[in-house]
Design a binder for this molecule. Sequence first.
Ligand code: GAL
Length: 444
Amino acid sequence: MSALSVLLFLRKTTRTNEDKNSLVNRERDMTCMMKNTTAVAVALCLSAAPAFAADVEVLHWWTSGGEAAAVSVLKEDLESKGTGWVDMAVAGGGGDAAMTTLRARVTAGDPPTAAQMLGMNVTAWADEGFLGNLNDIADAEGWDDVVPPAVQRFGKYEGNWVAAPVNMHRPHWVWASAEIFNELDLEMPTTWDEFFAAADAIEAAGYTAVAMGGQPWQEATAWEAVVLGISPDLYQSAIIDADDAALRSEGIVESFEIMRKIRGYVDDNFAGRDWNLATSMVINGEAGMQIMGDWAKGEVINAGMTPGEEVLCGLVPGTQGSFLFNTDFFAMFDVGDDKKEAQLQMASAAMSPTFQETFNLAKGSIPARTDVPGDNFDACAQKSMADLAEATANGTLFGSLAHGHGQPPAIQGAYVDVVTQHFNSDMSAEEAATALADAVAAAK
Ligand code: GAL
């Protein structure tokens, strides 16, 4: 049995917490053996900790308070196993800036060891031949058995694992200030009529009704949720199938009308505001509601609050029974054999059930494995887990367009551009539907 096989075997067979520390030590030792073949080198290696010589340089966009807290879980986990973490954080929610930096690095012939990526970006990079193969670790650890098929579809390319999924985020939530809702005796809205009635009451009481950050990906996050809320069939045809007739339909016109109404409840300073600052407005009781993914819950937790108590969670009207998801993956670039072990170690660490629990408790998402118990998660995450099972069974589980799981990057960009153009102008809903269908047709 090769040293690598022994490492993989140890990880696969060591399941209990009490074994965890000894596993870490044995992994260090085995890793040393893989790197040093002479008896003398092995002896030296065993005495010198940490034994893992390689570092991983990780490009990611997790820079808000909650995101940084989650990233430090991964960093510490790896460092405890002797793999150094070189941080390449590129600020900017949704990852647009990070993806631009990644492209520049790869074009310059200097890719990072690992990069955070969303679904269809993984496919695009794999398609260009830049990603390494993770099958050794994925097979040994049985990823096929525990990762939902909807997530596997993006983590695998042509049948091979190329990226490790760390979570399942749900982007179509409404976060609400319990303080404001209690003061005004409001319930979490379940229809758009209730949503706008609550918004009127919040505004009348002198608060901002809807906290929003004016950045294209945030507007697209709200719009795709509005479309899903109109009907899952509309999400399927207009977004997943990018069907021209569906894009020109009454349903899409209605989605832009709802977006125009939402715009009316956003404060004047929203342009360019980061998503986490909008979340802070809800946390601090300055704003009543925010439409945002459950990474916002990471901010709530980081502020020492309990999701579902001080900050309430509800779904965007009409989206109960459906589930949009986006998964953060770590893809490994093919950067040479000397980094291969550290990359496999990172992929293995990111996929371990204990890591997925700790990480997702901080991140606001739910694990990307079906075998992690939900007991330690907050009420909003537990709802996500139950809803995911229901939506999977009902055929109402879809990838998020705004977060890279609905369409390949170029077509996604066409949607986002029109949504943001409409939201930030006086374009009519009919004009927006036509512009959208035309832009998507041109991008195809
Ligand atoms: C999403 C990503 C999340 C979160 C969010 C805001 O695209 O999947 O992990 O970080 O952006 O930055």
